[in-house]
Design a protein. Structure first.
Length: 195
């Protein structure tokens, strides 16, 4: 393949990819308006009913997230100090660090406290299950944690065996536009009328 042909191939596929990605996102948004969380539609060929793949709308569970690490750390330090890891973080620019640390200048070190990662994971897990912020001992006045349920998303997992062949057939037979629009079947020719 010549460089020119390869350049056209790359450019054309990029244009088609960008175009179809935008149409895919639009179609998912439109489907999302018609689907309920957790629902599933099966996409099938309008020609022979061959499965293309499922289109599903997720049904996300609530998740807990730390929204105010400082407030949570302060609360945990007061109620569960054993779950706090104390340490230092460098609070200076690199050139200053190199120069001063050689002279043993502790004023460049900032004391910091962080909650043990496994404790944060447990708080988030339990809070998500309970639907409200829950401390290690079951406390409900835990600051710095929020519960949110992610927005459901629509996705499609094409059948790895048949989907590509089905879509190619739909294109060949004029039943599918590049933007994903499915066209009705053309009426069968009934012969020539006349003379």
């Amino acid at each position: 393949m010549s460089n020119e042909s390869l350049a056209v191939k790359v450019a054309a596929l990029k244009v088609v990819s960008d175009f179809t990605k935008e149409r895919y996102d639009e179609a998912r948004a439109e489907a999302g308006e018609h689907m309920t969380a957790g629902s599933r539609w099966m996409a099938r060929s309008p020609i022979d009913d061959t499965k293309i793949g499922p289109v599903v709308k997720s049904d996300p569970k609530p998740v807990a997230k730390v929204v105010d690490p400082a407030a949570l750390t302060e609360w945990m330090e007061q109620h569960y100090p054993e779950n706090i890891k104390a340490g230092y973080e460098i609070a200076a620019v690199e050139s200053e660090i190199v120069q001063v640390l050689f002279e043993h200048a502790p004023h460049l070190l900032k004391h910091r406290k962080v909650i043990k990662p496994e404790v944060i994971a447990e708080i988030k897990r339990e809070s998500a299950v309970m639907g409200c912020p829950i401390g290690p001992g079951g406390e409900v006045d835990l600051p710095g944690i929020e519960i949110e349920t992610p927005e459901p998303v629509v996705s499609c997992r094409p059948d790895p065996t048949h989907a590509l062949a089905v879509v190619q057939q739909l294109f060949r037979e004029g039943r599918l536009e590049l933007d994903g629009t499915v066209l009705p079947a053309l009426p069968a020719s009934e012969g020539t009328v006349g003379a």
